[in-house]
Ligand binder design. Structure first.
Ligand code: FAD
Length: 477
């Protein structure tokens, strides 16, 4: 903690997962923090509207929570460990794939619960003031002036701060104002898939209707469904599919046929009536990927979390990465003795390659899910990847493990993966070549080569097909 910071006023715009965490970290460093949030205080609401009821939390998010002393209250008592993926095949059979052979797991946490713990923690600091129902509607970066509008009364008020931190999500108003300045690059991408949240309620005994310590996945190539457990023994189910498929399911009968064909085992779990009711009460929601750079303007303005780098949710890293942003910023504050004119550019330079790497990885996983599932070559390489990790556990770490269970900078995860890919490529070629040549030589001696080739081809095809449901989402979630 540095007392000299008490004269510096920091405005954090957006009290979601990242903004409320950032307010705590700044408060620990002695800043005079004002946290502005568009919505009402969620702790006072019966129902909080919004997306993704629960999220997968892993090492990066946990490390950030530990830094402000709330990891235990969230993870130990209110998170459900997910030790493996549970793959549901179209015929209703299931297979478990552990996340990690060393027993590491990810955790299902409730968005609202985590947000509430962080808000309460922020308010416990005497140097944090929360302002709810404050929607940022305009900002002048030169004078560091913000205009807030009350969404209910439409009243406006104006505030200033020495530093403004935009944690206001993928459609950030702070970023929009920053983009009016020169030298800020920005791109956004909507994908053709949408998502919809459904629910599997607790069973008639009030228990989980499926084995709880898993992230359940129904991989179906172009479509996918996942389910994460909730504290009240229900499951939040997320259906991912192209918008044109959402739009084609126009009647209860068509919807039920679609589920019969793709997710038959989920129908009795959700309940037919509930499935129809919830599906037609909702609509497919869009997913956006955002990149921008740098993340700061001078020493007055900075973006963290989704405001800086929203990503498609196929790696389960959006919140984890946003929380790690706060850690990286905090590390630089202490390293550069709280000199904001040095810290902000240093943050942009350090964090940009990593944030863009995970935005790309999340998008890659989306493409992989769509296009690679039927590639036998891809599946063979995945098998080899896992095998090499078994024999060289320290030096050969699968990408998913690096991203999810370490704080290895994201761009280094990609670099290491690229090096491994080169080795994999050559090894798979060598394995395939040796198998074919060896087999041909052996059978040439003992009988018909064409018979052997036919058998080998059939074997590879069958093995490839049966491996699909196990391997196609090995890196997903
Ligand atoms: P947000 O959560 O969007 O919070 C922004 C806050 O700013 C909100 O409170 C909002 O009300 C407020 N705000 C907005 N505009 C203004 C304004 N003008 N003025 C004042 N306040 C404003 N990540 C994971 O790590 N694991 C997962 O399993 C996972 N699953 C996901 C599943 C889905 C379907 C989706 C869509 C995302 C998922 N994510 C996941 C990503 C995660 O939800 C986000 O990365 C995370 O919520 C980002 O937090 P944030 O605080 O930056 O933004």
């Amino acid at each position: 903690k540095s007392n000299k910071n008490s004269d510096t006023q920091v405005a954090v715009v957006g009290a979601g997962l990242v903004g409320s965490l950032e307010a705590c970290m700044l408060a620990q460093r002695g800043y005079d923090v004002h946290l502005y949030e568009y919505r009402e205080d969620i702790r006072t609401l019966e129902h909080v509207p919004g997306r993704s009821i629960n999220l997968a939390m892993s090492v990066r998010g946990r490390t950030a929570l530990r830094h402000i002393g709330v990891e235990d209250s969230i993870i130990a008592h209110h998170a459900i460990p997910m030790r493996a993926r549970m793959i549901h095949r179209p015929d209703g059979s299931t297979a478990a794939i552990p996340y990690n052979k060393d027993g590491q797991c990810i955790y299902s946490v409730g968005r609202r619960f985590v947000n509430e713990v962080l808000l309460t923690k922020a308010e416990s600091f005497p140097n944090v003031t929360c302002h709810f129902q404050h929607r940022l509607t305009a900002m002048d970066i030169t004078t560091r002036t913000m205009t807030f509008t009350n969404p209910t009364t439409e009243e406006t008020n104006t505030r200033t701060a020495d530093l403004i931190i935009g944690c206001d999500g993928a459609f950030s108003a702070v970023r929009k104002e920053m983009l009016k300045r020169a030298n800020l690059n920005y791109s956004q991408n909507y994908i053709p898939h949408g998502y919809m949240e459904l629910c599997i309620p607790a069973d008639k005994h009030g228990e989980f209707a499926m084995p709880p310590n898993y992230l359940h996945i129904w991989p179906r190539g172009e479509y996918m469904m996942i389910a994460l457990p909730n504290q009240d023994k229900s499951w939040t189910v997320t259906l991912f599919m192209p918008f044109n498929i959402f739009e084609s399911l126009t009647s209860p009968q068509i919807l039920m046929n679609f589920f019969q064909q793709n997710y038959p085992d989920a129908i009795p779990l959700i309940g037919e009536e509930k499935l129809v009711k919830d599906f037609f009460a909702n609509k497919g929601l869009p997913m956006i990927s955002v990149k921008c750079s740098p993340y700061h303007v001078g020493s007055s303005c900075l973006l963290l979390g989704d405001a800086a780098h929203a990503m498609v949710p196929f790696y389960g890293q959006g919140m984890n990465c946003g929380m790690e942003d706060c850690l990286v910023f905090d590390e630089l504050l202490t390293k550069l003795d709280y000199d904001l004119s040095l810290v902000l550019p240093a943050y942009s330079a350090k964090r940009n390659p990593d944030a863009e790497a995970i935005v790309d990885l999340a998008m890659y996983n989306y493409v992989e899910m769509r296009d690679m599932v039927n590639s036998r070559w891809f599946l063979l390489r995945k098998k080899l990847d896992n095998f090499l990790n078994l024999i060289f556990p320290r030096s050969w770490v699968p990408l998913y493990t690096m991203v999810t269970f370490s704080r290895e900078p994201y761009h280094m995860c990609i670099k290491k993966k690229q090096r491994q890919d080169k080795v994999l490529h050559c090894t798979s070629l060598a394995v395939l070549g040796t198998a074919v040549v060896g087999g041909v030589v052996l059978t040439w001696r003992s009988g018909s080569a064409s018979d052997w080739l036919h058998k080998t081809f059939n074997f590879v095809v069958t093995a490839g097909r049966s491996a699909v449901p196990y391997l196609d989402h090995v890196t997903l979630y």
